[in-house]
Write a protein that binds this ligand. Structure first.
Ligand code: XIL
Length: 338
């Protein structure tokens, strides 16, 4: 066996932060060996979102999440919970009352009862939680994304969701999670949001930086600036959904005209190693780095971000072999003495 294969990603980063990935029922079967060897933290890709947990009001379906919870615990992995309050994967009925839109009070009551049931069921089973996900607008105009939550409750829906989460999950670290954190105007909006929350005494412990990065629009200087800015607020930081796209976001609807070139792979490697390096240097505030998927055979990018195109954005390849850049990341960690 290659000597570098001896040390896993999580072992190599033991003194810096946890390393993990999002899991689904399918991936824990397919990627069992990789997960067991390399990861010491996890998050459910979809199973803990509102729709999968409560598809109809008062009807709870915990089975998929339970399986992931058990798997994480059996394998001594810390578990993050992810994304009840999001603009996606929440059943339309949540926002309705008979044929009419639900009132502010009614929707807040629903957040309360969903959160209560979630926390009672998973009590003691997860240590951090992305309570609100992707609330910031990507486009010119308002800071907050248009969503049913915003429309029916108002901008304080975010604060309300965290107060409710704290009430039912007093021992869990509460995170706000968002993407395009390396784009300066988006970062400013994210900073403004969480600073405001902290000023208002909203119970927020950490910032989830998704790190859906790409080789065209992301660079390491901006990434470091982002980590630095959130660290300065006194928040814990998790890199929550890392993948490195060889295409720009603007390319998302276009089919690939050519396969991923060697040059693109090199840029992917630079971003991967560079972001891990930034996280090591900020390891006093960065507690976990997770990728969005275990291996390239199951990345969401190929499935739905731009279906039919191969993105190869993860740490393990289509055949579930470790990639060169992953071995480099392990070596970088072993050599690091900053
Ligand atoms: C994605 C999942 O990977 C898909 O399977 C699902 O269909 C949609 O959601 N940001 C997030 C994640 O916070 O929850 C998203 O996950 C990817 C983008």
């Amino acid at each position: 066996m290659d000597a570098r294969e001896m040390v896993s990603l999580s072992e190599a980063h033991k003194k810096f932060f946890q390393v993990g990935a999002c899991l689904s029922n399918e991936s824990i079967k397919r990627h069992d060996a990789i997960i067991k060897k390399h990861f010491n933290c996890a998050v459910a890709e979809n199973a803990m979102k509102w729709g999968p947990i409560e598809p109809k009001e008062g009807i709870f379906t915990f089975a998929e999440a339970d399986e992931i919870v058990k798997y994480s615990h059996d394998n001594q992995m810390a578990l993050r919970a992810h994304a009840p309050i999001w603009h996606m994967m929440v059943p339309d009925d949540v926002f309705m009352d008979g044929g009419k839109p639900a009132s502010r009070e009614h929707l807040i009551e629903r957040i309360d009862s969903h959160t209560k049931a979630f926390c009672e069921h998973f009590k003691g089973q997860f240590s951090s939680w992305d309570v609100v996900n992707e609330a910031i607008n990507d486009f010119p105009g308002e800071d907050l994304r248009q969503s049913k939550w915003l429309e029916l409750i108002g901008p304080d829906y975010i604060d309300i969701a965290y107060h409710i989460a704290r009430q039912y999950a007093p021992d869990v670290q509460l995170f706000y999670n968002d993407y395009n954190e390396f784009v300066p105007y988006k970062r400013e909006r994210m900073l403004k949001l969480v600073k405001g929350m902290l000023d208002r005494g909203v119970p927020l412990d950490g910032m989830g930086l998704q790190a859906h990065v790409n080789i065209v629009e992301c660079n390491l200087d901006e990434y470091e600036r982002t980590v630095e800015a959130f660290a300065a607020l006194g928040l814990r930081i998790h890199i929550t959904e890392m993948d490195v796209n060889p295409y720009s976001l603007r390319d998302r609807v276009f089919p690939p005209s050519s396969p991923i070139t060697e040059e693109m792979h090199q840029k992917q490697e630079q971003l991967y190693r560079g972001i891990f390096d930034i996280c090591r240097r900020y390891s006093d505030v960065v507690d976990a780095v997770l990728t969005w998927g275990v291996a390239d055979d199951m990345t969401w990018l190929d499935r739905e971000f731009c279906a039919g195109r191969e993105h190869q954005p993860l740490l393990f390849d289509q055949n579930n072999n470790i990639k060169k850049w992953t071995e480099q990341i392990i070596e970088d960690a072993m050599r690091y003495n900053g």
